[in-house]
Write a protein that binds this ligand. Sequence first.
Ligand SMILES: NC(=O)C1=CN([C@@H]2O[C@H](COP(=O)(O)OP(=O)(O)OC[C@H]3O[C@@H](n4cnc5c(N)ncnc54)[C@H](O)[C@@H]3O)[C@@H](O)[C@H]2O)C=CC1
Ligand SMILES: O=C(CO)COP(=O)(O)O
Length: 307
Amino acid sequence: MQKTTIAILGGGAWGLALADLASANGHIVRVWSRRGSTNLEAVLQDAQIILSAIAMKGVSDVVSQVKSFPLSPNTIFVTATKGLDPQTTCTPSQIWQTAFPHHPVVVLSGPNLSKEIQQSLPAATVAASNDTAAAELVQLVFSSPRFRVYTNADPLGVELGGTLKNIMAIASGVCDGLHLGTNAKAALVTRGLTEMVRIGKSWGAKTETFYGLSGLGDLLATCNSPLSRNYQVGYQMALGQTLTEILANLPGTAEGVNTCQVLVQRAKQHNIAIPITEQVYRLLEGEVTTRQALDELMLRDIKPEYN
Ligand SMILES: NC(=O)C1=CN([C@@H]2O[C@H](COP(=O)(O)OP(=O)(O)OC[C@H]3O[C@@H](n4cnc5c(N)ncnc54)[C@H](O)[C@@H]3O)[C@@H](O)[C@H]2O)C=CC1
Ligand SMILES: O=C(CO)COP(=O)(O)O
């Protein structure tokens, strides 16, 4: 395919892994990071794709900075952030789309532990957008024999899959840290998926999207891998460390910690049952121990599996 010029915003683990994938396919890639020496305006100049791999806490700020520079009307935005805005509960793609209403926005999300991608291990992901041509361009730019990209027309569902699974990854870390066994993990991940579908549907996402790579796929990856920072948060809490100690030593961002808070607030407003998220929230807030959180979940009123 033709060479594409790509500006990658965010020089963290994921931004750099995506930069490598696009460079390996022969594209022109420029990375901007707030602590790096590159100038944002120069990085954005003539970019056909602007990809954000910024941690959630920096997204609104970076969006405002990008808005102050002239862009080609055809520039495609891609967001790879897995978080929710604490003030508005908006997803990153909603923030980008509101700021740039006339540009296509594509969500890139899937089971993509950056360490494995950096080792060139095979993986698959999803490029989702309401603009099919934009999703297909992003698919072409990143696809290779080691990275298989699928398109999808439910960007909200794809984005929420990657975001909500972070909470289940924290819970799974707790499950493994407490040595609760394989049955417990299977129950947790399956009920976690049910909870993700319930939240996602109320938001307007499609149920089937959560059974794909960005939902179930990312759950399987992060709920079972010590490479997941969110999993590490739960695992180390089960070993008795405090959240402050864990976050001080964590390499990179565990978005699930903030997402949990946003979801609890949103679930209250919309009257949605989120028992697992609620217990993870209480654990992170120091209101319950890992054992108490487990008991709270196991001793809930018995009920039909689906209602
Ligand atoms: N590492 C991974 O395996 C994957 C991560 N993601 C998502 O990608 C996002 C970034 O993750 P990582 O690269 O792993 O995190 P990281 O902690 O390695 O990097 C975070 C990046 O965000 C930037 N940033 C943070 N606050 C900022 C601010 N106020 N202004 C400007 N830039 C700011 C940092 O400078 C850094 O470049 C997260 O939302 C994460 O959930 C998605 C898929 C895989
Ligand atoms: O989202 C990820 C892999 O798909 C990365 O997970 P962590 O943010 O928990 O490390």
